[in-house]
Every structure is written in C-alpha cells, then in structure tokens.
Write a protein that binds this ligand. Structure first.
Ligand SMILES: [Zn+2]
Length: 202
C-alpha cells in the first residue's frame, strides 16, 4: 500500500503541494518511460489548472465559448482539474505498463440552446495500456516515442469526455425551454395590434 502518498494538496498554500517539494518537479509534466512509471508504481495526484492542458484549453475556447459572448467569466482557464493517476503492471494486460485513474473539472461553458453561461461538470475515467497486446477494458495508448507526459493522458481523456453540444442538462434550468413554454409566438400579434391602435388614439 502507498497510503502515505495520499496527501492533500493544498492550494491556499500557493500551489506547492507535497509532490512539488521533490527535487524532480511536477511528475504530471515530466516525460518518462511508462516502464519506469510502472516500476515505481507512480501515483500522481492531479491538481492543475485547465490552462495546463493544451488540447482541453483549445477545445473549450473553440467549441464551448463563443468569442462574441459578453458577461462570461474570463478565469475559466484557472478552473482546477483534480484527480489521480496510478501506474503499474497488469497481469491481465500481459504484464504491460498501465495507467488508471480519474480526472474531473467544472467548466464555465455557454449553453448552446439558450446561450446562457452554465457550469459544465466533466469527468473522465482512464484505463490505458502501453504497448502491443493489451486489451479488454483497457484502451491502448500509442506512444510517439518511448516516453510520455502524464498530463497528455489526462488532457486526452478530458477532451474525449466533452459533450458534442454543451447545454443545460435540466430543461427547467434552460432559458430556451422555459421561454418557449411561457410565450407562444402567436401572442405577439394581438399586442402588436393593440400598440398600433393606441398609437392612433394619441
Ligand atoms: Zn440552456
């Protein structure tokens, strides 16, 4: 067991969690061989900002936030991605190196139905195997070279977890749905007629 490594990472202390104190720096951003990560049973506690994940930042900016929409918080890139990633060898995966864990973040997005800002919770489960021959419920991760950056695994998983169209889950929360019920389009005509009539009398 490695329970001694499950230490809370404190943000109010300036972002210097226990793992930052190590001379090697932030393991989330270090490129290492999966065999090496697996051999040391590396457990990475994830506490990072959306801006630390390149593809996620780009995709959110492009798909979830229309650039001409005013009144949106600008600090969405500071939203905290939290989670855990554990490396090891898995006998069921031919003793290949694996990574498993989860990541979560809440993103300030824009509802594509009513164009109002809303909080979009994202969650991703990771079950990855490095090398030929793995399978089952583990997804094979293609390595560009013999090393990987753990942040890339999280980045990819969160991008894959993004909805095709971001919108309010509950119809009751969505302005587009409630407005459509309360104000049928036909109501416009009598009011327009009344206004025209009042205009004549004056
Ligand atoms: Zn909506």
């Amino acid at each position: 067991m490695e329970t001694d490594r499950f230490q809370p990472v404190r943000f109010d202390s300036g972002g210097r969690g226990p793992y930052h104190a190590r001379a090697m720096g932030n393991p989330l951003l270090q490129r290492r061989a999966p065999q090496e990560l697996a051999a040391s049973r590396e457990l990475i506690e994830i506490k990072a900002k959306v801006s630390d994940f390149e593809r996620l930042s780009e995709t959110i900016a492009k798909d979830l936030r229309p650039p001409d929409r005013d009144g949106l918080p600008d600090d969405w890139r500071d939203s905290i991605v939290s989670g855990q990633l554990r490396f090891g060898f898995n006998a069921a995966q031919g003793d290949l190196p694996t990574a498993s864990g989860q990541a979560a973040v809440t993103i300030a997005a824009v509802c594509q139905r009513c164009l109002q800002p809303f909080s979009l919770p994202l969650q991703a489960e990771l079950k990855l195997v490095f090398g030929e021959g793995g399978g089952g419920d583990y997804e094979q991760w293609e390595l560009d070279d013999d090393q990987l950056c753990p942040a890339d695994l999280i980045d990819e998983a969160l991008v894959m977890a993004l909805p095709l169209a971001a919108m309010h889950d509950a119809e009751s929360a969505c302005k587009a749905m409630t407005v459509a019920e309360e104000k049928p389009g036909r109501m416009r005509t009598p009011f327009a007629g009344l206004k025209a009539q009042m205009g004549k009398e004056n």
